[in-house]
Each structure stands twice: as C-alpha cells, then as structure tokens.
Design a binder for this molecule. Structure first.
Ligand SMILES: Cc1ncc(COP(=O)(O)O)c(C=O)c1O
Length: 400
C-alpha cells in the first residue's frame, strides 16, 4: 500500500509479541497453554517502589516533567552508576526515557545516517535490527555459536568493522541466550574497539542484576575506561525491579549525544510518566535486598529447565550466566516428523508444532537471528516450567 512509508517496509512486527498473542488466542479458545514467551518477571513490583508511585500521585506529581527526567532520578542514576559500575557521570550526561526501548531508539534516531552500519552480535534481542532499520541504518549481524556459548570472539568483531561502522551494540547478560561476558571476554572485545576510534559502543545492560553463580557483571566503559567518551551505557528498571509496565529506562554517555537524544524525545513523547519516575527513584535508591532471593529463585528455575531440556531427545541446552532465558539448539530434531505429522524443517515449524500439539509457547530462533534454536523464558512458576519441559520431552520423543 503506497500510503504507508517505505521505511516501514524494512521492518517486521515483534515476533515475541506475535507468539504471546497466538498463545493468548489459543488460551481464550479453551486450550491448556503454558506461555514461555514473555520477557518479564512473574512477580510483582516490590512494595516500597509501589508506595513511592502512590505517594507521587497523592502529592500531585502528575504534571509534565523535564523532557528527559526529573533531577532526583538523574541523581539516583548517577549514584547507581558509581555504586554498581564504578562509572562517574553528571546529571547532564544522563537521559531517562519510556523504557530502555525508547532510549535505544532515541540513540539510533539521533546518530544514524543512511548507510551507517551497526554491528549486532546474533542471536540478538528482536528489536535491535528493526530499530536500526527504522532509523535508516544497516544492521550487521555477527553470528555467535553454541560452541562459544553464544558469545562472539574478538576476531569476529574485528572482521565485521568497516569504515561505515557507527556503533557496536553489546548486550550482556543477553536476551535471548542469557550469555554473560566475563571481564576477560569483554576486554578482548574492547581491545579491538580501541583500535577503531570511529566505532562507538552502545551497551544494553538491562539484565545487569540477573547474574548467577560466580558470574560477575561488567560493562564496556568500566572494563576499558579509554572507551568512556564513545560509550552509551543503557539500563533500566524493568527486569530486576519487576517494573516492565512502569516504562522507565535510562542511559549515560557523552553530553552532546545525550542532548541530541533529548531533542528526539522532545519532539516525540516528551517526558516519561512522572509517577513512574518517582517510583524509579525508590527502585534505585531504596533497598536492593530482594535481588538476591529473586536470583536464587531464577537459578533454581534455570537449572530445572536446562536439566530437563538436555534430557529431551535432539535438544542441547547450554547453561547461561544470567537473565531469565535459555536458548536450546534443536539441530537434532530437524528433518524429523512430529507424531501429528508435521515435518520439522526449521525452528519456526518446531515452535508452531510445539504450540499447536502440546500447548507450550516458545519463540523460534530465527526471530533472534540464530537457528535452529528456540528461546524459553523461565520467569514463570516451577510447576509450569516442569509441566512445559515434560511436554517438550514428550514432543521430542514423538519425533521420528
Ligand atoms: C535486551 C533488552 N533490552 C531492552 C529491553 C527493553 O526493556 P524496557 O522494558 O525497559 O523497554 C528488553 C526487554 O525485553 C530487553 O530484553
């Protein structure tokens, strides 16, 4: 349809939302569906944070605020970066948006010109390439492999850099694999970036606090201070604080970039929700005591899912360092036929057959740029996970 913009032809709607919608439709039709597609914690926002939001409403903090965040929140964000990441920022180097998603989008809109390349390790969060395309840039996927636990190597990064590279987009722990780069692994990548001064680093640290066992989170500007002047460090409260619906994300970086991002936001959405900003101040400044018990729960669920999926015929599932996802390979299932007669010729047919034949909703790997795999979000109850993994095991047993 010519009325719609040509730019829109370059992007696809979010496949993770498509899976959630399809699962909801089946459920509404009376099917027994277990959704392992959603990327959000299954527990509630902590009470102290909710109370801060309620207090904000009751005290009339319900008007427009400064376009990219109230001073109190910018201060809290500066304190968070110092406390958690040993990074020093002033409020003028900080921007707050309607979720990490808007902050990433603003950054691309503010910097990309036609033909500018953005290096994105695959598998990647579904929105990255499409955001780049919407902003007129070119996503350049660099495929990690199961053998390297879904992490790219320094040699791969080096080979992907061209004179047109504008950004290297980094995400650890990762959605969709949960893979987390150690200090040494990240240092190998930052060493490459130090040799290419025209490449900027956008790091999406959304899953920072969801780090397990002895894995220690680290971020590029911390590992290589030489990159500080060309790094945008993006983070948010959605995942660790169970605040997905409040829509607050933030970033810190060079002041000129932050100013440009503010300009984009000022002509699109203006300030993020005032009430949510006050709740986010409490999230960052208040107690962090609930993070550790939540992580214990996530570790238990991760181990349960990894063990049960590895026991399924044809599936290989690495144990990731963080986030709440696993990304098993189904290479051993390809070419087989399900007991209901579906030929499994790629990961999309696997996920569709799994949903239709067993009621388990997962997202197929092609959506994240690396096949044949699927993503499981284990941010749901132990009982639901056990039942879902049992159904996956039976589905795989039925393949011939
Ligand atoms: C890697 C990654 N970055 C950013 C986001 C966006 O988070 P927000 O809810 O803050 O927009 C998500 C959400 O799924 C994510 O997985």
């Amino acid at each position: 349809m010519t009325f719609l913009s040509a730019t829109l032809d370059r992007v696809k709607p979010s496949p993770t939302i498509a899976v959630t919608t399809k699962a909801a439709e089946l459920k509404a039709a009376g099917r027994d569906v277990i959704g392992l597609g959603a990327g959000e914690p299954d527990f509630d926002t902590p009470q102290n944070i909710k109370d801060a939001g309620i207090a904000a409403i009751n005290s009339g903090k319900t008007k427009y605020t400064a376009v990219d965040g109230i001073p109190e929140l910018k201060q809290a964000i500066c304190a968070k970066f110092k406390r958690d990441n040993d990074l020093t920022y002033t409020p003028a180097q900080v921007t707050v948006g309607t979720g990490g998603k808007q902050v990433l989008y603003n950054a691309f809109m503010a910097t990309l010109n036609q033909g500018d390349e953005v290096i994105i390790p695959a598998p990647y969060w579904v929105s990255y390439p499409d955001m780049v395309l919407l902003a007129g840039g070119e996503p350049v996927a660099v495929a990690a492999s199961l053998e390297t636990n879904f992490k790219i190597t320094a040699a791969q990064l080096e080979a992907a850099i061209t004179p047109k590279t504008k950004w290297f987009l980094f995400n650890s722990p990762s959605n969709p694999t949960g893979a987390g780069y150690s200090w040494e692994e990240l240092k190998a990548l930052t060493d490459v970036l130090m040799r290419h001064p025209h490449v900027w680093v956008m790091t999406d640290d959304m899953y920072e606090h969801l780090a397990y066992d002895d894995f220690k989170f680290c971020t590029p500007a911390q590992v290589e201070p030489g990159l500080y002047d060309r790094t945008l460090t993006v983070n948010g409260v959605s995942k660790a604080y169970a605040m997905t619906g409040w829509r607050i994300g933030y970033a810190a970086g060079p002041e000129a970039l932050i100013k440009a991002m503010r300009k984009v936001q000022s002509q699109s959405t203006s300030n993020p929700c005032s009430v949510s900003q006050y709740a986010a101040v409490e999230a960052l400044n208040g107690t962090q005591d609930f993070l550790a018990p939540n992580n214990e729960m996530f570790v238990r669920r991760r181990d349960l899912v990894v063990d049960m999926l590895n026991a399924a015929e044809g599936i290989v599932c690495p144990k990731p360092e963080g986030a709440f996802y696993v990304y098993p390979s189904i290479a051993g299932c390809i070419g087989k036929t399900s007991s209901a007669g579906t030929l499994i010729d790629n990961d999309e047919t696997f996920a569709t057959a799994l949903l239709e034949e067993t009621g388990v909703a997962v997202v197929f790997g092609a959506a994240f740029g690396l096949s044949p795999n699927f993503r499981v979000s284990y941010a749901t109850s132990d009982d639901a996970l056990k039942e879902a993994c049992t159904r996956i095991q039976n589905f795989c047993k039925g393949l011939s």
